[in-house]
Design a protein around this ligand. Structure first.
Ligand SMILES: Nc1ncnc2c1ncn2[C@@H]1O[C@H](COP(=O)(O)OP(=O)(O)OP(=O)(O)O)[C@@H](O)[C@H]1O
Ligand SMILES: [Mg+2]
Length: 369
């Protein structure tokens, strides 16, 4: 069923929407045909930030944001098509991840909630839209996350070389790809990627992110603080596991910062950058066999200071997925185009060895054109 698909992704960094136009068969064939990044208007970003961290949201504001994001996502898809010179008629489906407002995969009522009304996306674009990818996996006993490892396996597997794929979004996630295909692909969220880095620089300098990690580089890691942060039980918990900015939140950080109130803010930024790198490396070292190479994607790949720290802590080559044929900023959106194709083919998209689901399931709900 090779055809054109669009993937729409907006992750936990709350930076904006990535839209990828992809030719795929839902298996090994994955060819990029276009990409468009649309930053969120600041009003939308501010509301999302508030809602993601709030204990309660007024129902009307919630419903309105769902509708607004649906329109925004539809516009992103239409602009991508215009820019690529492709008619909506030639696109089989859109895979829209939606914006996660709430991810609580554990406890008595495991749940995960993504918004951006798919009815509107299907109606405005005239393209069948697949959305709500996570909840079927949760219904089958899984974490609903991460969902990209199946895609990572198709695109980045290398016979004979054990690899790790590291996506550094707001939250970071690792996929373990054994060189021997008979072994299971595994993966999990490692914890904070950019989310705390963004929060801290925004709070102190009013910037959305720490460009190339420059501000962190100007500071010094506070070892005592780093150890206190790394003592959080999430980092040592065994997979399957997934998390979100509701857990690694400003409140989480502020609680830990209390005894360090007199420290310079750039030293905190440096420590948080070490936290991202070291928590990833520590969890990777817990694997039975360490990877020979780490391929990095997601916006964190542009943080050169973070990448340097990762190389130091991991002790193996750490390189961008661009060296392996896929632009690191496009991996996630491309994965959701691929997952939409899987759904239309009635093929599972989750990996039970990753999410902990009882069995493979076809992911998502289909909103016909
Ligand atoms: N030049 C840069 N220097 C430092 N950090 C950067 C740079 N460019 C992007 N980033 C970081 O990457 C983030 C965006 O990454 P990305 O879009 O992969 O995250 P995301 O939206 O959370 O994605 P997902 O949840 O799908 O993994 C920004 O918020 C910022 O923190
Ligand atoms: Mg993003």
């Amino acid at each position: 069923m090779t055809g054109l698909y669009i993937g729409l992704m907006s992750g936990t960094s709350l930076d904006g929407v990535d839209a990828a136009l992809v030719e795929t068969d839902g298996a090994r064939h994955v060819m990029e045909r276009g990409w468009l990044y649309t930053p969120f208007p600041s009003g939308v970003r501010d509301r999302l930030r508030r809602f993601c961290l709030a204990d309660e949201i007024p129902l009307e504001a919630f419903a309105r944001l769902d509708a607004e994001l649906g329109e925004l996502f539809a516009r992103c898809a239409l602009r991508l098509l215009e820019q690529s010179g492709v008619s909506p008629r030639h696109v089989r489906a859109i895979g829209s991840h939606g914006q996660t407002l709430h991810h609580h995969p554990n406890g008595a009522w495991p749940c995960s909630l993504q918004i951006a009304d798919p009815n509107r996306i299907a109606e405005r674009t005239g393209i069948t839209t697949v959305a709500d990818f996570r909840r079927r996996d949760i219904a089958a006993g899984g974490q609903g996350a991460p969902l990209v490892p199946a895609f990572h396996r198709e695109v980045f597997h290398c016979r004979g070389e054990d690899r790790a794929i590291l996506n550094i979004g707001g939250i970071a996630n690792l996929t373990r790809l054994p060189g021997d295909e008979r072994e299971d692909t595994t993966g999990f969220d490692t914890g904070p990627g950019n989310t705390l880095l963004n929060f801290w620089i925004q709070r102190n300098l009013g910037r959305l992110w720490d460009e190339n990690g420059q501000w962190a580089r100007s500071g010094h890691c506070i070892d005592r603080l780093l150890h206190a942060l790394l003592a959080d039980p999430y980092f040592s918990a065994s997979p399957p596991k997934s998390t979100g900015p509701e857990y690694f939140s400003p409140k989480w950080l502020e609680n830990h910062l209390r005894p360090f109130a007199l420290q310079r803010p750039q030293d905190i930024q440096a420590t948080l950058t070490h936290l991202t790198a070291k928590s990833i490396a520590d969890q990777l070292h817990g694997w039975s066999s360490p990877p020979r190479r780490i391929l990095v994607c997601g916006g964190g790949v542009h943080n050169t200071f973070l990448l340097e720290l990762l190389r130091e802590y991991c002790g193996c080559p750490v390189e961008s997925t661009s060296h392996h044929g896929v632009d690191p900023d496009r991996v996630e959106a491309t994965a959701f185009a691929w997952l939409a194709c899987r759904t239309l083919m009635n093929r599972p998209g989750n990996l039970p060895a990753v999410t902990g689901a009882r069995h493979p399931v076809v992911l998502g709900a289909i909103f016909p054109a």
